[in-house]
Design a binder for this molecule. Structure first.
Ligand code: THG
Length: 371
């Protein structure tokens, strides 16, 4: 069960431009995300949760690195790596998309931003998309340039985000539509400002385009945020499960394919552009998926800890799946979870048994989002 360990930090584990600030403001625990330290809690996950859902918080999410794809074939290349239709993606707009291999295996689930006609950023989850895309482009002879630019997102999330952001950046931010972005300089600090973030509490992400100015940006946000009682926080496991946001590497990985996820709006199998997993998805779609990724409510009192690795799921004593993420929701007063189960068990209301480290519990397939 849960143990505290200490990490040996070296060049392979990068520090975010906000790292010193997060330490100063009391970050307590960290994970490694895209080879970079990323804070995962300040006070404790439940206090951080209430600060997020009741007020407003600031998160160091510099670990969400950007993979920049530019050049004359960049648009066609970005279409090629995802089953999402990007033909309507405007300059200044982002879209959530799954990146897959030739079998439909999910490599990552970035937000794709169109920076200009021939320049895109993949704002990635925790896997080596730089290497995957460089390998594909070189191997197949695409005329594109791929690199990781000096860009480090800082997220402002929570229901009181807007007045703070207006104070920080100006009235114009209230005009930004969901998932759209604009370039802006704050006292000479170069930013891209997007209305997005890994919560359903509303907010913005500031993509800092000069890593030497992280502390300055952090302190500007804190200064303006004081009036709003802003708190430092992090992507919050409780809120993101309630809200139905999946975590690559936890809830899905290269063993899963897009059709196993309840993300139909983000997958257009018959899109016009050529893409790598079209045949695989057509085949899986006609044969039917083996597994489904579902929401679960686990019965009984609050579990003493969250799922670190996978917990087995049984149906009539037959091994039928695994729990991939759990949290106790203080608002729903329930243990909620994501799980991968045999597809015939994926229907709403299906009863299952979960083997937790604290004994067996009954569970039920539930709708996503939970609230
Ligand atoms: N912001 C940025 N980069 C990121 C994340 C982010 N990279 C890693 C990780 N998060 C990528 N995964 C997600 C998953 C879900 C969403 C965003 C990033 C998300 N989805 C909305 C939904 O599912 O309803 C909306 C998607 C849409 O309309 O396209 O927000 O958070 N910069």
């Amino acid at each position: 069960m849960s143990q505290n360990i200490e990490l040996t930090v070296s060049g392979r584990i990068r520090k975010s431009p906000y790292y010193n600030a997060t330490i100063r403001y009391g970050a307590k625990t960290f994970t490694v995300y895209n080879h970079m330290l990323m804070p995962t809690s300040y006070e404790d996950p439940e206090k951080d949760y209430w600060n997020l859902v009741n007020n407003v918080t600031v998160w160091d999410v510099a670990g969400e690195r950007q993979v920049e794809i530019s050049g004359p074939e960049s648009y066609r290349f970005v279409e090629y790596i995802t089953p999402r239709d990007l033909s309507k993606l405007q300059i200044g707009q982002g879209k959530y998309a799954l990146i897959t291999d030739e079998n439909g295996g999910i490599i990552n689930d970035p937000i794709i931003l169109r920076i200009s006609k021939d320049k895109f950023w993949l704002s990635i989850a925790d896997s080596d998309v730089l290497l995957w895309t460089k390998g594909l482009a070189e191997g197949l002879g695409w005329n594109v340039k791929i690199r990781e630019p000096d860009v480090s997102p800082l997220a402002i999330q929570g229901p009181n985000n807007l007045p703070l952001m207006i104070d920080l950046l100006g009235e114009w931010v209230s005009e930004l539509k969901y998932f759209f972005f604009k370039e802006f300089e704050l006292d000479g600090i170069p930013l891209i400002v997007q209305r997005s973030g890994w919560s359903k509490q509303g907010g913005f992400e500031l993509y800092l385009m000069d890593g030497t100015r992280g502390e300055e940006l952090w302190e500007r946000v804190m200064e303006v945020g004081m009036k709003y009682d802003i708190k430092p926080a992090t992507p919050n496991n409780i809120e993101r499960i309630e809200s139905g946001l999946f975590s690559w590497g936890n809830d899905m990985n290269i063993e899963n394919n897009p059709l196993e996820l309840p993300l139909n709006n983000f997958i257009q199998i018959d899109k016009g552009a050529d893409y790598i997993c079209r045949e695989a998805l057509q085949r899986i779609s006609s044969q039917g998926v083996k597994n489904k990724i579902v929401g679960l409510v686990i019965d009984g009192e609050q579990l003493p800890g969250a799922c670190e690795n996978n917990w087995n799921i049984f149906s009539s004593d037959k091994l039928s799946g695994k729990v991939t993420s759990t949290a106790y929701s203080p608002r729903l007063k329930q243990n909620i979870a994501f799980a991968t189960v045999d597809s015939h068990l994926g229907g709403l209301g299906t009863k299952l048994d979960v083997e937790t480290p604290w004994g067996r519990r009954s569970a039920k397939v539930s709708k996503i989002p939970f609230n």
